[in-house]
Design a protein around this ligand. Structure first.
Ligand SMILES: O=P(O)(O)O[C@H]1O[C@H](CO)[C@@H](O)[C@H]1O
Ligand SMILES: O=c1cc[nH]c(=O)[nH]1
Length: 237
């Protein structure tokens, strides 16, 4: 059943088996422009850009997910189910819930905790925690080690809400559920991987710290989270 409603590829094989997914379409473009060779743009629908190219001679795709679980839910489902994708590695930005984490620190999600109804609605899964693929995480850890890039392995919070009226609630989520950073997509991505028998992982870069109130700019979030990108790109096959 291709092309699908949100991805315009008409032939199989154009999208690689491993797809890197930033939320931001311009981060996807930055990665393709900066790191990939032999680039083919395969998706423009809704300006959610997707590219396939080679990294050090190995094939990989990068495609944006948009923001939030409904959005990554659609794109990851279509990629896994209809385009033969086996592995999706989200490469996102996150806010830190603890003063120990600094801007630009790289996080590898061990699991996502969420109060979201995404998984319950999708297939009745009724727990609040979903683990990343242990196989992908082992590979990503080894790559980070080989590249000499420090990573922090954390339980992350996947939130449906960016702007909370009760800002201080993050402290309870950190204390009660053990989450040290917040982002908005991994829980749905991990769920889709599980229901479809595929693999998903999530690398994040700290873009802001809720405790210290330090912030990166939107331009930095788009273009400068390169350590995370270099780790993920080594997953090219
Ligand atoms: O930088 P990305 O990958 O979009 O990730 C984070 O940034 C967005 C919010 O600013 C949400 O999508 C959140 O998960
Ligand atoms: O979801 C997110 C992403 C980055 N920073 C935040 O505070 N929240």
């Amino acid at each position: 059943m291709i092309p699908t409603a949100h991805i315009e590829v008409k032939e199989q094989g154009i999208i690689a088996k491993t797809v890197l997914m930033p939320g931001d379409p311009l981060r996807a473009k930055f990665i393709a422009d900066t790191f990939l060779e032999n680039v083919e743009k395969f998706n423009n629908v809704r300006n959610v850009f997707g590219y396939t190219g080679t990294y050090k001679g190995r094939k990989i795709s990068v495609m944006a997910s948009g923001m939030g679980m409904p959005s990554i839910g659609i794109y990851s489902y279509e990629l896994f189910k209809f385009y033969g994708v086996e592995n999706i590695i989200r490469i996102g930005s996150c806010g830190a819930y603890t003063a120990d984490l600094n801007l630009y620190d790289v996080i590898l999600a061990k699991e996502g905790w969420s109060e979201s109804t995404y998984a319950r609605v999708q297939d009745g899964y009724d727990k609040n925690v979903i683990a990343a693929s242990s196989e992908l995480n082992s590979k990503l850890e080894k790559i980070a080690d080989d590249l000499g890039i420090e990573i922090h392995k954390e339980r992350i919070h996947s939130s449906d809400v960016f702007y909370r009226e009760n800002f201080e609630q993050y402290k309870d989520i950190c204390k009660n559920h053990g989450c040290t950073v917040v982002e908005m997509e991994a829980f749905a991505l991990f769920h889709n991987a599980n229901v479809l028998g595929k693999n998903a992982a999530c690398l994040l870069t700290v873009s802001d710290n809720l405790v210290t109130q330090e912030l990166t700019t939107s331009e930095q979030r788009q273009n400068s989270f390169t350590n995370m990108m270099k780790i993920a790109l080594e997953m090219a096959e």
